[in-house]
Design a protein. Structure first.
Length: 202
């Protein structure tokens, strides 16, 4: 005669499985509760207002976001993928550090001198800053994705930070008062890099 199923054994296995599932559910719920403050903090951070000292830049951002009125928040700035504002009398780019998803930035023909906010824009791929008042380009050295940089007609003497831009393929630095070291050392080094096939455009 074949063995009969052991009801007690099957019931015990089901009970053990249910306890295991319950423990996993409890653990998941605990982790979700632990994450909740971080999620809430991120939500509040996105609601934080971004103040632009330069009203010309603010106007350009508002036009790109199609938000003519109301506070501009960090969440708003995260929606920016590209920004173009040429000959707009922009002097200060403070506030753009929150546009962390920006991929293309064209600010040709302004009065910009400091680039520090750009060091936060790690998704930026194209940067056009010709005809400004830029002297120090060291903030560009930490930009990991940028492949095209146009810096014509500025006040740049030291181009060595460009040596540290890992994905740079095109660099244009026409009409800048380059130092002897940049001309004799840094430019030849840049031109020797295979990732810059056409060399630096002077």
């Amino acid at each position: 005669m074949p063995d009969q199923p052991n009801d007690s054994s099957e019931s015990l296995e089901r009970s053990s499985g249910n306890r295991g599932l319950s423990r996993r559910s409890t653990g998941l719920a605990r982790r979700l509760r632990a994450l909740q403050p971080r999620v809430e903090a991120l939500r509040k951070s996105d609601d934080t207002e971004v103040v632009f000292p330069d009203k010309e830049l603010e106007q350009a951002v508002r036009e790109e976001l199609d938000k003519p009125r109301g506070a501009l928040t960090r969440g708003d700035l995260k929606r920016l993928r590209e920004l173009r504002a040429t000959n707009a009398r922009i002097e200060d780019i403070t506030g753009l550090e929150y546009a962390v998803n920006l991929m293309s930035l064209i600010l040709y023909g302004n009065q910009i001198s400091a680039l520090t906010p750009l060091s936060s824009l790690q998704r930026l791929e194209g940067l056009h800053l010709g005809s400004n008042q830029i002297i120090d380009i060291s903030p560009l050295a930490v930009m990991s994705r940028v492949s095209e940089i146009v810096l014509d007609n500025n006040q740049i003497s030291d181009v060595s930070p460009l040596l540290h831009v890992p994905n740079l393929h095109i660099a244009t630095i026409v009409d800048n008062p380059l130092s002897k070291e940049s001309i004799e050392v840094h430019i030849p080094l840049l031109n020797s890099l295979e990732r810059i096939p056409g060399g630096v455009i002077l």
